[in-house]
Design a protein. Structure first.
Length: 156
């Protein structure tokens, strides 16, 4: 397959997944979210769109690099973990914003964080650049986990 087409598809996978999750989670968001007690370190709402757009772009580029690596068990595990963490990423927004399950969302983001770490382990073994492209993602999810836990704590 053409490398440019493969790269485009790899970028579209996380971008479309994130877009669908955001779209499904957005119903009634503003009214409910406005009623929540927020931690002092809660960033302004406008920051999330640009941050997630960049993170999804980086995810897609790193996915492309892993797909280009030599076939084998390491690559298979890396790809499985990529899609597991992407599914967990997709589900977090639904749990938190659509279904208002703050405690479940907090537990789920901890599982997401562990899945990302596992993915990073295999990415590092396969392609250092793919691994480095995921560092902003794991840092953001670390922050998001603290944020999610704080929302749960403040709104029990």
């Amino acid at each position: 397959m053409n490398k440019y087409l493969t790269l485009t598809l790899c970028i579209l996978i996380p971008v479309i997944t994130g877009s669908i999750s955001g779209w499904l989670s957005g119903t009634g968001l503003n009214e409910w979210y406005a009623t929540l007690n927020k931690p002092s370190f809660n960033p302004p709402s406008w920051i999330f769109g640009p941050v997630w757009s960049l993170l999804y772009l980086l995810m897609g580029i790193s996915l492309y690099r892993i797909i280009q690596s030599a076939p084998g068990n390491l690559r298979n595990r890396a790809l499985i973990l990529f899609f597991v963490q992407l599914l967990l990423n997709f589900m977090w927004s639904l749990l938190f914003f659509r279904w208002h399950l703050l405690g479940v969302a907090f537990a789920e983001i901890l599982v997401l964080w562990l899945a990302i770490l596992a993915m990073l382990y295999y990415f590092h073994k396969l392609d250092r650049t793919a691994w480095m492209l995921q560092i902003p993602y794991v840092l953001w999810v670390t922050f998001a986990a603290f944020l999610s836990g704080s929302f749960w704590y403040l709104n029990q």
